[in-house]
Design a protein around this ligand. Structure first.
Ligand code: KIV
Ligand code: ZN
Length: 518
């Protein structure tokens, strides 16, 4: 009989620790909602003590997302655990995930603690978490490089103190599948009381083995897998959740496990995460890459035409790829628009719907056929909008081969119009300089890129860019328009709004804003 594996998604915590990724509260809630639609069992929404922004987004997700467990990360310290509980307590089902390192390398150089102190800390932390919720996960950070006897002792103590899930992380992506499978097997047979807890693994991808290690762990007794959509995360990332789900699904004959995931939501989830984080998916990435179901060689194409299964082990429809293209036209009304959004899984608030519908109407004046991708782009732009922010009112550009590029920009802030003009090395440079004059913030552009949302000369241009003021905090901006300069202006203003927003949250925050080490 097929056995159940629980999916713990850490896209919004470990995934958000990817260099250059910083999501707004609204974006995180949007991703969390989509993760719930995907059917993951647990969403790790963030690390509440790490910043006021993380605290508010964990709270917002706990309130907004139903039918899924919401977890908050906490070091094995009372103040972290208290803060995590404050944030997750609003969830239908709340989990506190507390962790401490168990390897001698971490004990000696990072924690400067003895094994005895760590053991005491684990018991105290789990008990503290347990005083708030029955659902407590304990992680032994750097388990793959920890002394086995000590690791077992710690896990035993955590279970005895009340942990209901014990997570074994390969924090530095050092393990190889055979060795990792054996470790999980040994833990399952050696740790007293292990049957009272769910055994979980959290594999990093430094050697490209995160998914293979996760599967080896399942075969050897793990029943929860942690990972992130598109495999994003610290350094080389985490196990790609969509790959774990599809490996279990496609090779159920061999492995004998299933998850609660709705596989047809995978592609949409992957796109949403990629768009909002600005982390592109490589074309040949398994399951969700552009080429994952593309057949180039003539002999393959011939086989596919005769019978799809000759060269495809999965049906693209199973992960939500084959979708009808033409969805709405110029005459579609607000009701049809909302209905289509709901069919696509987007449930917007009244205000968000107004904004998205206005965007749709504007686009339908320029484009005869509005596709799923166009609608996704419009909705995602709407969801990324922030309260109290600059809005691009108008843009005028003078550019060409024999003139100095000049931009005149009008931005509205709380109903008031501000206007400035500037010259630049190119029209985008001129736009950014004019915006900087208005906001009084001088930003450095780290990168700028454009994609077409669909094919066709009238396609929406989707500009993604990154800015910074201090070289450390990076803000991603996105703008869409059939006019690439307007898209650039919108993307730049979007990034500046995020910067202003984060600075405001940090200034208003009650707890420390510096990054917490983990
Ligand atoms: O990689 C790791 O060890 C972690 C823990 C906090 C679970 O992310
Ligand atoms: Zn991790």
């Amino acid at each position: 009989m097929s056995r159940r594996v629980y999916i713990f998604d850490t896209t919004l915590r470990d995934g958000e620790q990817s260099p250059g990724v910083s999501l707004t509260v609204g974006e995180k809630v949007q991703i969390a909602r989509q993760l719930a639609r995907l059917g993951v069992d647990i969403i790790e929404a963030g690390f509440p003590i790490s910043s006021p922004g993380d605290f508010s987004s964990v709270g917002a997700i706990a309130r907004a997302v139903k039918g899924v467990t919401v977890a908050g990360l906490a070091r094995a310290e009372f103040r972290d655990i208290d803060r995590a509980w404050e944030a997750v307590r609003h969830a239908e089902q709340a989990r506190i995930h507390t962790f401490i390192a168990t390897s001698d390398i971490h004990l000696k150089h990072k924690l400067r603690m003895s094994r005895e102190q760590v053991l005491e800390g684990v018991v105290a932390a789990v008990r503290r978490a347990k005083s708030y919720t029955s659902d407590v996960e304990f992680s032994a950070e750097d388990a793959s490089r920890s002394d086995f006897d000590f690791l077992c002792q710690v896990l035993e103590a955590a279970i005895e103190a009340g942990a209901t899930t014990v997570n074994i992380p390969d924090t530095v992506g050092y393990a190889i599948p055979t060795e990792w499978g054996r470790l999980i097997n040994d833990i399952c047979s050696r740790v007293a009381g292990i049957e009272k807890a769910v055994v979980s693994v959290h594999c990093h991808n430094d050697l490209g083995l995160a998914v293979a290690n996760s599967l080896a762990a399942i075969i050897n007794g793990a029943r929860q897998v942690e990972g992130a959509i598109n495999g994003i995360g610290e350094r080389a990332g985490n196990a790609a959740i969509e790959e774990v789900i599809m490996a279990l699904h496609t090779r159920k004959d061999n492995l004998g496990f299933h998850t609660g995931a709705h596989t047809e939501e995978i592609y949409r989830t992957s796109r949403l995460v990629s768009t909002l984080t600005g982390m592109k998916v490589q074309a040949n990435k398994a399951i969700v890459g552009d080429n994952a179901f593309a057949h180039e060689a003539g002999i393959h194409q011939d086989g596919m035409l005769k019978e799809r299964t000759t060269y495809e082990i999965m049906n693209p429809a199973m992960i939500g790829i084959s979708r009808s293209n033409l969805v709405l036209g110029k005459h579609s009304g607000r009701h049809a628009f909302r209905q289509r959004l709901e069919d696509m899984g987007y449930y917007l608030s009244g205000e968000e719907l107004d904004g998205a519908f206005a965007g749709f109407k504007k686009l339908s004046d320029k484009k005869t056929c509005i596709t799923v991708e166009d609608i996704e782009a419009i909705v995602e732009e709407q969801v990324s909008a922030l309260p109290h922010s600059y809005i691009l009112e108008y843009l005028h550009i003078s550019s060409g081969t024999a003139v100095v590029p000049t931009a005149t920009v009008g931005l509205k802030w709380e109903g008031q119009l501000f206007e400035e003009a500037a010259c630049g090395n190119g029209p985008v440079d001129a736009i950014c300089k004019a915006v900087d004059k208005i906001t009084g913030i001088s930003c450095t552009m780290i990168n700028w890129g454009i994609n077409a949302v669909t094919s066709g000369k009238d396609a929406l241009g989707d500009v993604n860019l990154k800015i910074t003021t201090d070289g450390i905090k990076v803000f991603l901006g996105r703008g869409i328009s059939t006019d690439v300069l307007e898209a650039s202006a919108k993307a730049y203003v979007n990034a500046v709004n995020k910067l202003v927003h984060m600075n405001r949250i940090a200034a208003e925050g009650r707890v420390e804003t510096k990054e917490v080490e983990n």
